[in-house]
Write a protein that binds this ligand. Structure first.
Ligand code: NAD
Length: 377
C-alpha cells in the first residue's frame, strides 16, 4: 500500500513523518510519498526524504494514496480529496467532532484517530497525546522564561543575592510533569497541585513540592480511565483559597488542568490574577479548551492592567516542530507495526484488539465511534 504524508494546513510546522520514520514505514513493506515542502519547518527538507528512499510529490498524488497520515484532523477540502476505501490517520478529537466524523463517513473512508489510543500501558508507544503534552509542557516553561525576562535560578554573587523564580504548576499530568522538570532544571523553586493525590510522588521526583490539601476531600480522584473527574463543590471551596495564595506568591503560573470531554475547569479567578505581582507570567495550557484562568484568550498574549502576562498559546508542541514531528512519527510507526503484522505493506484492523478498536472512528464509511469502554491497566 502507498502511504501519503501531506503538508499540514493548520499549525503547519509539524509533519507526520521524518526521514527516519519513513524508512521504518518502508521496512514494514509500505511505499511512501511525501508532499513537497511538508517537512521544511521541521528540519525535514525534501532532500532528506529522497535520501531516505521515498518519493516527494504533489498534493494530489499524496491525497490519492491508500493511507494518508497527518497530524491535524483533515479539513473539509482535504476529506474531499480522499478516495473511497482509503484510510486516514490523524488526530481527530472524535468526542468533540461530530461533523468531522459525518464527513468521513460520507466519503466512504476508514478513519483512525491517533488521539483515541486507549491509555493502557501496552499502547504508550503510540500515545501522541503524551508525546505532544510532554513537548508542550517543556515549551510552556521556555515561553514563560522568555516573557519573564529574568533568571529562574537563584544566585549569590559578590554583587548581591538573586532569589530563585517561584513557579506554580496546576495539574501534574504529562504536560504538568514536563513543565515541573524543565522549571526545576532551570533552577526555579517549583510547587505543584493536582486533584489526583496519587501523583504527589511523581511531582516530588521531578523536583517540585506537592501542595497538600485535606486528603479526605481529595481521595483517589481518578476515574476508571486514569483521568481526573470534575471537582465537587466541597473540593472547589477547598482549592479556591489555595490557588489564590499560591498564584499571588508565584512569579510564573503554568496551568494544565483538563477533564476529558468537558470544558477546562476555571481555577484562577479574575481577582486572583488581579492580586498577582506586576511582571509575573501565566501560561494557560488549557486555553484550547476554554482555559483554566480568567482572562485567557486562546492563541493570544494578554497583559492585564496590573501587568500580568497571560499566554494562551495552543501551538506549544508545534513550536518545537522537529522533535514533536519525530515523536509523532514514531508513534505512527508503532501503530502501523501493530496494524501490519505480516510486514507486507498491508494495513489490517483487528477489532478484538482494544487499541485497534479504540482508534477506529469510521470503518468503510460506517461510524464506529464511540468504542466500548476500556479499563486502564
Ligand atoms: P489531562 O491532560 O487530561 O489533565 C492534566 C492534569 O490535570 C491531570 O493530571 C488532571 O488530574 C489534572 N486536573 C484536572 N482537573 C484539575 C483541577 N481542578 N485542579 C488541578 N488539577 C486538575 O491528563 P494527561 O496528562 O493526559 O494524563 C493524566 C494521567 O493519565 C497521567 O498522569 C497518567 O497517569 C495517565 N496516562 C496514562 C498513559 C498510558 O498508560 N498510556 C498515557 C498518558 C497518561
Amino acid at each position: 500500500m502507498l502511504i501519503g504524508i501531506p503538508s499540514e494546513s493548520k499549525q503547519g510546522a509539524l509533519v507526520a513523518a521524518t526521514a527516519k520514520t519513513v524508512s521504518q514505514l518502508t521496512n514494514l513493506g509500505y511505499d511512501v510519498i511525501v508532499e513537497s515542502g511538508a517537512g521544511d519547518l521541521a528540519d525535514q527538507p525534501d532532500g532528506a526524504f529522497t535520501a531516505a528512499g521515498v518519493r516527494v510529490g504533489t498534493t494530489e498524488e499524496v491525497w490519492a494514496a491508500d493511507v494518508v497520515v497527518k497530524v491535524n484532523a483533515p479539513t473539509h477540502e482535504e476529506i474531499g480529496r480522499l478516495r473511497q476505501g482509503a484510510t486516514i490517520i490523524s488526530m481527530m478529537a472524535p468526542g468533540r467532532s461530530p461533523e468531522l466524523l459525518e464527513e468521513l463517513q460520507a466519503q466512504g473512508v476508514t478513519a483512525l484517530a491517533m488521539d483515541a489510543v486507549p491509555r493502557i500501558s501496552r499502547a504508550q508507544s503510540m500515545d501522541v497525546l503524551s508525546s505532544m503534552a510532554n513537548v508542550a509542557g517543556y515549551r510552556a516553561v521556555v515561553e514563560a522564561a522568555h516573557e519573564f525576562g529574568r533568571m529562574f535560578t537563584g544566585q549569590v554573587t559578590a554583587a548581591g543575592k538573586i532569589p530563585p523564580a517561584r513557579v506554580f504548576v496546576v495539574g501534574a499530568g504529562v504536560a504538568g510533569l514536563a513543565a515541573i522538570g524543565a522549571a526545576s532544571a532551570m533552577g526555579a523553586v517549583v510547587r505543584a497541585f493536582d486533584v489526583r493525590p496519587e501523583v504527589a510522588e511523581q511531582v516530588e521526583s521531578m523536583g517540585a513540592q506537592f501542595v497538600e490539601l485535606d486528603r479526605s476531600v481529595f481521595k483517589a480522584e481518578k476515574s476508571s480511565d486514569g483521568y481526573a473527574k470534575e471537582m465537587t463543590e466541597e473540593q472547589r471551596a477547598a482549592t479556591a483559597a489555595m490557588y489564590d495564595e499560591e498564584a499571588r506568591a508565584a512569579d510564573i503560573v503554568i496551568t494544565t488542568a483538563l477533564i476529558p470531554g468537558r470544558p477546562a475547569p476555571r481555577l484562577l479567578t479574575a481577582e486572583t490574577v488581579a492580586g498577582m505581582r506586576n511582571g509575573s507570567v501565566i501560561v494557560d495550557m488549557a486555553a484550547a479548551n476554554g482555559g483554566n484562568v480568567a482572562g485567557t484568550v486562546a492563541d493570544q498574549r494578554v497583559v492585564t492592567q496590573n501587568g500580568v502576562t497571560i499566554l494562551g498559546y495552543t501551538d506549544l508542541a508545534g513550536r518545537l516542530a522537529a522533535q514533536t514531528s519525530q515523536l509523532y512519527g514514531t508513534n505512527v510507526v508503532n501503530l502501523l507495526k501493530l496494524l501490519t503484522p505480516e510486514k507486507d505493506g498491508n494495513l489490517t484492523l483487528d477489532f478484538d484488539d482494544v487499541v485497534q478498536r479504540g482508534i477506529t472512528v469510521v470503518k468503510d464509511g460506517e461510524s464506529t465511534w464511540p468504542p466500548p469502554a476500556v479499563q486502564v491497566s
